[in-house]
Write a protein that binds this ligand. Sequence first.
Ligand code: ADP
Length: 596
Amino acid sequence: MFLRSLQWRLIIIIATITFILMSVIWVFLTYKVEDIFYNDFKGTISRNYATLNINSNMSAEELISKLEDDPVILSQLVSEVKSYTIINADTLEIVYSSDALYGKDKIEFRNEILKSENLMSVINGNAVGERKTVTKSQSGDFYDYVKRQPLLDGDYVLFFKYNRSQAIAIIKEFNNAILIGMILAVAVAVIIGFLLSRTITKPITDITKKAESITSGDFDQVLEVKSDDEIGKLTGTFNYMASQLKSMLSEISNEKNKFEMILNYMTDGIIAFNRNGHIIHINTAAAAFLESEKPDQTFTDITKVLNVPYTLHELLSSKNLSDISCSVQIRNMFLKIQFAAFTDKENNVDGIIMVLQDNTKEYKLNNMRKEFVANVSHELKTPLTSIKSYSETLLDGVIEDTETARNFVRVIYSESNRMDRIVKDLLLLSKHDSGIKLNFQRISPVELIHSVVEQLRLSVREKEQRLNIYSDENISDIYGDRDRLEQLFLNVIGNAIKYTPEHGIITVHVGHQKNGVSVKVIDTGIGIPEKDLERIFERFYRVDKARSRQLGGTGLGLSIAKEIAESHGGTIQAKSKLRKGTEITVFLPVNDKNSM
Ligand code: ADP
């Protein structure tokens, strides 16, 4: 395991190199020690050979006795491990030997020395055999130095033998010393390697730690540049890279935040899916549409909830994704769904963006418009049919009967009046829809109500109803369009008269209200069922169509009243109890003229 660490690897490399170097030196020195030994042995012989004064005028016997007494030979060439032997070169007969083995076993000694390469070469004619070769022998390996010496009675060979055991003993000791040296050297190498490698690995470890903290998002530690070498440069570059990364990342995260803010403030829902259909991003609007913030939902989950008729595969493989859209309903909302693809660097489709647009308003408006056109046509069709059939009958001859003809014409007149009222009301509404310019003036609400009631007095009297007006003291004036407000109250008070039977009581109360004036119109009439109450302000909505028509109603009165109240910044509300009566409250703010 530790071999994976750079520091240990460096230590091992240094230790191994030291070990190899020491081993080479060891082998070389061991070889050299044997060399020194042999050269010393050889040097001693060749150095002393001349001083021995051996010459060809000597006989073999003379030579033997000379050597036996020679102090040089005795001190330097004869010992437990050194010996000399004189051999007859022609007969190979050993004439003398100082060797201990010769004393013990002449034949074995002879066999042993005859293995010597140097001896053989001299026997074969060479003058000297001085190669450092070790001759293996049972009585101990040996080196030798051999010299041919012509004497009076023929050629002789001087064989100097040096038992290797002494050299081996010294080499052994030498080996022990080198082994200890080697252990020490490797130990020192390990220590030096450790210190040396620390100087390399420490900055690397520091950089690694810093890289780890960068990975976890901490960019603020700066590494100290301690040297000018490669490691120093690496540290410097690393610091620069960290600062660059920090600024780039903060730029990216700023952009991301901005982007997310924009997405979250968008009213359209946006959901981004990756190729596998997992949500990558969902903005607030989309989560609200789906009533979920579960990010683990997939494309399939969402299309199932929304009833989207496309699969992810279809969309991913579609060529004209922008042409694909669908409208779906979720709860009471109508959503238009469109798609777009986002691509990677190679321009391959990497995912799908789903855009959810809330079309509820448009959808409802569209429906209302359709309903309105149908209603208008229907409302106009009834009087038109009457007019048409009555005039046809008149043309067909009923005209002769003056009284019937008069009745018919009366019906035609009343039906055309009805159409006129509908068209007038529609025109009024249309004016409001297209933003009518109001003619603002200061108005006293109490005086306005009195004037409206005055116009309705006749109807009140006809039905023998009682109509009372009450008002709080000091009602503030309001700013408004007098004609419009008159229209508003004519409609509301008119309804109260219309839908209250004879002898009923109608009360109009003008009172203070926070920031405005309220006008309550309370009647004791037929009332409105609970379920219809919130719909009576819709165009053409009537609780009882036949009764309304009979009373000359168009079904537009309260919607006009609502438009007028709202165009003055006010409200209109209804409370009612069936068969007990109705209370319509109009609130009008006391506005500064200029603020309108
Ligand atoms: P209409 O022309 O039919 O009166 P409106 O828009 O003025 O149309 O009123 C809508 C419907 O509300 C009426 O048809 C009627 O059914 C009901 N309504 C309005 N005012 C009253 C009231 N004071 N009492 C009972 N029902 C009323």
